[in-house]
Design a protein around this ligand. Structure first.
Ligand code: URA
Length: 272
């Protein structure tokens, strides 16, 4: 039996935090390698939800699927429900192994505005909904300040699983999840995208903008072609609310961006 001294325990805990295991979710330890319990015979399948057994997700860490496979899966989805089910069953992204659950989206399926954030954090991971923590509360206020209710817009992230320890998603993780993000946008068919922060802007904007920082990108509209949509979509990069919480002096610029967004949305013909 290994005996831990006081300092060893502190070191072991620190290591766990570095790995991203920064919260206790269950009282009792779980053996995730144990075979999944057999489904009871005759149990009805849950409509619209596909939960891959945990041991399949573990296997995916060893054999990651590439963006090409992700694109194939995403392109085959003809509805948001199908996309959610496909993502729930997609084992190609290692982020799902460390996340509690998929954080798919929030808001209206036919929204005129899609808000793209970076990645779920601890609170979103627990709730299964994007932008419910402090940054989400600020986002709600920002939307409210231009007369938009949260429920009227579609809120998604570049990656739908929480990165361990709330680190930013890597470029490879964003690239892997991009086909799902683009398909999500194509299925909602919005008139505008609000890209919150550099990670979202880089994911959606093509070259050469992709290489620019958010301070250079924010506040300027770009038309972006999204596969599956007949016309380019107007995209407005702006600051991420988490950045605004750390840097309140940037709120004046963010407010100018929001006013532009309101003006654009008000200029659209009424939805029929
Ligand atoms: N930050 C994000 O970018 N997305 C969330 O869902 C929460 C915080």
């Amino acid at each position: 039996m290994v005996k831990y001294g006081y300092m060893n325990l502190i070191e072991a805990l620190r290591l766990q935090v570095e790995w991203g295991a920064d919260e206790a979710l269950l009282d009792a330890p779980q053996d995730r390698r144990a075979p999944a319990p057999a489904a009871s015979a005759g149990a009805p399948a849950q409509a619209g939800r596909v939960h891959a057994p945990r041991h399949v997700a573990r296997h995916a860490t060893v054999l990651p699927a590439g963006p090409a496979q992700a694109a194939k899966v995403a392109e085959g989805c003809e509805s948001l429900e199908a996309l959610q089910a496909a993502l729930a069953g997609f084992t190609g992204c290692a982020l799902r192994d460390t996340a509690t659950q998929l954080v798919f989206a929030d808001g209206a399926a036919d929204a005129r505005l899609v808000v793209v954030g970076e990645a779920p954090g601890a609170e979103e991971d627990r709730a299964g909904r994007p932008f419910v923590g402090p940054a989400g509360q600020l986002l709600d206020k920002m939307l409210g300040s231009i007369g938009l209710e949260r429920a009227a817009v579609r809120i998604i992230n570049t990656v739908p699983w929480r990165p361990p320890g709330d680190r930013p998603p890597t470029e490879a993780e964003v690239a892997l999840c991009l086909p799902f993000l683009l398909r999500h946008i194509a299925l909602v068919r919005p008139r505008a995208l609000l890209l919150l922060g550099a990670v979202a802007a880089r994911a959606v904007l093509p070259e050469p903008e992709r290489g620019l920082g958010i301070r250079r990108l924010r506040g300027a509209w770009r038309q972006v072609e999204i596969p599956g949509l007949a016309a380019p979509v107007a995209c407005l990069p702006s600051y991420h609310p988490a950045y605004l919480l750390r840097m309140p002096s940037a709120k004046a610029e963010a407010w100018r961006d929001l006013l532009q967004l309101r003006e654009f949305l008000e200029s659209l013909p009424a939805q029929g």
